[in-house]
Ligand binder design. Structure first.
Ligand code: PEP
Ligand code: MG
Length: 569
């Protein structure tokens, strides 16, 4: 049995599908029969081509022609006489193994592409590596599973799943997942919650105890993975799974209620989404708004920067489906743990402290303005609010607003109609922004506290690192005090203060946040019903009184004990 971090509730029982991402380093080795070795390479090549042809067909059928283009490009590479000829020639001339020749030629070719000036050509290096890995795996007899191509029900077991891996998950087939690294607020965990898939992350090297095909149980609440359970345990968990489904069903009555406390205070429970596809669960659970649309997932699901038109269609569709309810769309927040294959960025020592979000957008105004134009155009179709991420000073906010103004002017002169009063807000997720929130509040319409980052930056704890996840603490007094400062400063300036970090959905903390005066709680769709149950059963006045002493404690454990003893979730 493994104990790690449970990040998405639910019980799953199924066969493990172990995804290996090991990079194999091939040593130089000589062969005596170079002709035979070339033939071995040619056979592997044929197999890779046939695999890719099948993928092109499958992807075209499931996801459309555009998504298949990447695999078509890979096919072209395997049919390129220059690239393939160089590998065959090296085997023949130098009497080396097919693996070694493939590794050397593909590394050299990828480096040539990488050093080109043209962005498009640079990106081809990724494809060369990818397609060469496919042939290498065949040569070495390594079986790799592709997430996009899973045929049978399974539980994914991997070192890590990138947000783009998770975006490809087919919920009909994938029952749960377990990863070696990651923490509660890593984006992979956030996607698990929005997919309502049980997940356990940060299992460390113990994960290697799970072998491909093993029957496993994943308990996403307790953070447990039980490998090859005995009959008794299996039956126990089958019952637990039924109970979980039943309790979810019971909560459904909260879907149609308003979020009003017993003493009549109205707050908003909103949802966090990554695409229009997430709206099913959001509407089913009765979210009163979208508090955070993480637009970067739209960029990650693409093979190239999405055009203004593509973005406009997606934003419009979300606004229309929300039918006049407020939708906060956050501008691109790429960087940190979210990467775009087609937008190569320099390696950074500290990506979370680096070229990320608004910093990138203010540098790449071409990318930023394309998005802002799409947003402004979409505003005609619902109640859109625009939010800038990772603001750390007033200059960034002003620069972002200036670019937005440029876009509205352009669109106006083009005769486009849009909402002239789009509200503009910022995420408060950097301690500097929290501390000067009195200043920032004067120039925005709303705040949204991004606790996922606010915690990592306040406590200097990487949100991805399972070794120090014990330090990543919602209850740290510094975090709670900063939140209170932001709420008070926002209210003094007469603006609303929301929260869209994962803390907003934490049933134990909701009464405290309610007492602090938070206006909107935005969370994964899966947390909405529990949150509404808590709010509709709480008295605002009581929460206010109970939350006051929280700010006097200096120790997170004291705060936890106090909440446990005094506040009923
Ligand atoms: C946050 O930092 O709390 C947040 C909501 O943004 P993200 O998780 O996308 O960084
Ligand atoms: Mg953030």
């Amino acid at each position: 049995m493994l104990k790690a971090v449970g990040v998405s509730f639910g019980i799953a029982i199924g066969k493990a599908l172990v995804i290996s991402d090991e990079v194999v380093e091939v040593k130089k080795s000589k062969v005596s029969d170079s002709k035979g070795e070339v033939a071995r390479f040619d056979n592997a090549l044929k197999e890779a081509i046939s695999e890719l042809e099948k993928m092109v067909e499958g992807v075209k059928e499931k996801l459309g022609n555009e998504k298949a283009e990447i695999f078509e490009a890979h096919l072209c590479m395997l049919e390129d006489p220059e690239f393939i000829g160089a590998i065959q020639k090296k085997i023949d001339d130098e009497m080396v193994s097919a693996e070694y020749s493939l590794q050397t030629v593909s590394t050299e070719t990828a480096a040539v592409f990488e050093n080109m000036d043209n962005e498009y050509m640079k990106e081809r290096a990724v494809d060369i590596r990818d397609v060469s890995k496919r042939v290498m795996n065949i040569l070495m007899g390594i079986k790799v599973a592709s997430i996009a191509d899973i045929q049978d029900e399974c539980i994914l077991v991997a070192r890590d799943l990138t947000p783009s891996d998770t975006a490809q998950i087919d919920k009909e087939k994938v029952l749960a997942f377990v990863t070696e690294i990651g923490g509660r607020t890593a984006h992979t965990s956030i996607i698990a919650r929005s997919l309502e898939l049980p997940a356990v992350v940060g299992a460390g090297s113990d994960i290697h105890q799970i072998k491909d095909g093993d029957l496993i149980i994943v308990d996403g609440e307790e953070g447990l993975v039980i490998i090859k359970p005995d009959e008794k345990t299996l039956n126990e968990y089958k019952i637990k799974r039924e109970e979980f489904i039943e309790s979810k069903h019971q909560l459904l009555k909260y879907a149609t209620m308003s979020s009003i406390t017993t003493d009549g205070k109205k707050v908003e429970i909103a949802a966090n989404i990554g695409s229009a596809a997430d709206l099913g669960a959001v509407l089913k659970n009765g979210a009163e708004a979208i508090g955070l649309f993480r637009t970067e997932f739209l960029y990650m699901a693409n093979d190239a920067l999405p055009t203004e038109e593509e973005q406009f269609v997606e934003y419009k569709s979300v606004l229309e489906k929300m039918n006049g309810k407020p939708v906060i769309i956050r501008t691109l927040d790429i960087g940190g743990d979210k990467k775009l294959d087609y937008l190569p960025m320099d390696e950074e020592m500290n990506p979370f402290l680096g070229y990320r979000a608004i910093r990138l957008c203010l540098d790449r105004t071409d990318i930023f303005k394309t998005q802002l134009r799409a947003l402004v155009r979409a505003s005609a179709f619902g109640k859109l609010k625009i939010m800038f991420p990772m603001i750390c000073n007033i200059q960034e906010l002003r620069a972002a607003k200036k670019l937005l103004e440029e876009c509205t002017k352009e669109l106006k002169s083009e005769g486009v109609t849009f909402d002239e009063k789009i509200e503009v807000g910022i995420m408060i997720e950097i301690p500097s922004a929290a501390i000067i929130s009195d200043v920032l509040a004067k120039e925005v319409d709303f705040f949204s506290i991004g606790t996922n980052d606010l915690i990592q930056y306040t406590l200097a704890v990487d949100r991805m690192n399972e070794k120090i996840s014990y330090l990543y603490d919602f209850y740290h007094p510094a975090v709670l005090r900063l939140i209170k400062i932001v709420i008070d400063n926002g209210h003094k300036a007469g603006i609303t203060v929301n929260m869209c970090g994962e803390m907003a959905g934490d049933a134990n903390l909701i009464p405290v946040l309610l007492g602090f005066g938070l206006d909107e709680f935005s969370m994964s769709a899966a947390s909405i019903l529990r949150a509404r149950k808590t709010i509709t059963n709480s008295s605002f006045k009581e929460c206010e009184k109970l939350s006051e002493p929280v700010l006097t404690f200096g120790d997170a454990d004291e705060i936890k004990d106090y909440i446990k003893a005094n506040i009923k979730a």
